[in-house]
Design a protein around this ligand. Structure first.
Ligand code: IPD
Ligand code: CA
Ligand code: CA
Ligand code: CA
Length: 281
């Protein structure tokens, strides 16, 4: 089995590279920008085209595997993580960046078996950085090993977070109160790349000590979370305890103490889980 998943990961890397080319080419064309749940939840034909390209390519080689893809879920497919081998796809992570040519845009492919991540691939396609991790085998960027920062002091840290695409005033208030608490620790700085996957790769690379966000989806973090843990980092729920990738909340940090301090400062809330059927939301 081990070799089969290595094979699948090599295939994912090749697909992500091809997808990245499509994304880069599309930046030069006229874009048709559409919206989904709100006027700030953007999608383009390229998001849909890249997702189909990835799914079709995987189906050719692994016809029995399952998929969770952002744009397929948006089109009404269930977000269902079973024990079967499942590819978890975010065709463009950072669609708002893509629309504005803000240069942090990623193709993210996670792969899970028995609900356990086996590999993660994040291709930051405008930087041409290929981040990979295989369970138990470390994390890499363009083939070079990654290691999280060894900073133990949150006051000497950069923390990444995002505002997401929800503009519900209550959620925005909680985001701002968390941000205020974190800034007032005080930390060296707060940053956000506009892509959950790239934020997680920044943690894995040791450039930022931690990333947290409430409102993410499983496709935003499936690949990045394995890249963080294989680079020596820790994952936590925003109320402490283990991360549930369907819960739409995550803290990823270089050290447990830094993750715990962030948990202490966060004003948490619970968006509808990814596996909640639309009728119950
Ligand atoms: C979004 C990005 C953004 C994060 C949002 C995500 P998308 O993904 O990762 O940084 O704040 O929560 O939904 O929609 O660009 O794939
Ligand atoms: Ca989106
Ligand atoms: Ca995303
Ligand atoms: Ca996306």
């Amino acid at each position: 089995m081990a070799d089969l998943w290595q094979n699948a990961m090599d295939y994912a890397v090749a697909i992500a590279r091809k997808a990245g080319e499509v994304v880069r080419d599309a930046l030069r064309d006229d874009m048709k920008v559409m919206t989904k749940s709100s006027s700030v939840d953007l999608v383009t034909q390229t998001d849909q085209k890249v997702e189909q390209l990835i799914i079709q390519s995987v189906k050719e080689k692994f016809p029995t595997h399952r998929f969770i893809g952002e744009e397929s879920v948006a089109a009404g497919e269930a977000c269902d993580l079973t024990d079967s081998p499942t590819w978890i796809i975010d065709p463009i992570d950072g669609t708002t960046n893509f629309v504005h040519a803000f240069p942090f845009v990623a193709v993210s492919i996670g792969f899970s078996v028995n609900k356990q991540s086996e590999f993660g691939v994040v291709y930051s396609c405008l930087e041409d950085k290929m981040f990979t991790a295989r369970r138990g085998k470390g994390a890499f960027c363009n083939g070079e090993p990654l290691k999280v920062s060894d900073q133990e002091d949150i006051k000497q840290s950069i923390i990444a977070t995002e505002f997401g695409s929800s503009r519900e005033p209550e959620a925005v208030d909680k985001i701002f109160s968390s941000l205020r608490n974190i800034l007032c620790i005080p930390v060296h700085g707060v940053r956000g790349a506009g892509s959950a996957a790239i934020n997680m790769c920044l943690v894995a690379s040791g450039c930022v000590e931690a990333y947290y966000e409430i409102g993410i989806h499983i496709w935003d973090v499936a690949a990045g979370s394995l890249i963080v843990s294989e680079a020596g980092g820790v994952l936590m729920d925003v109320e402490g305890g283990g991360v549930d990738l369907m819960s739409r909340r995550i803290v990823a940090a270089n050290r447990r103490a830094i993750a715990e301090r962030i948990v202490k400062e966060i004003d948490s809330f619970s968006p509808p889980r990814d596996d909640t059927p639309p009728s119950k939301q």
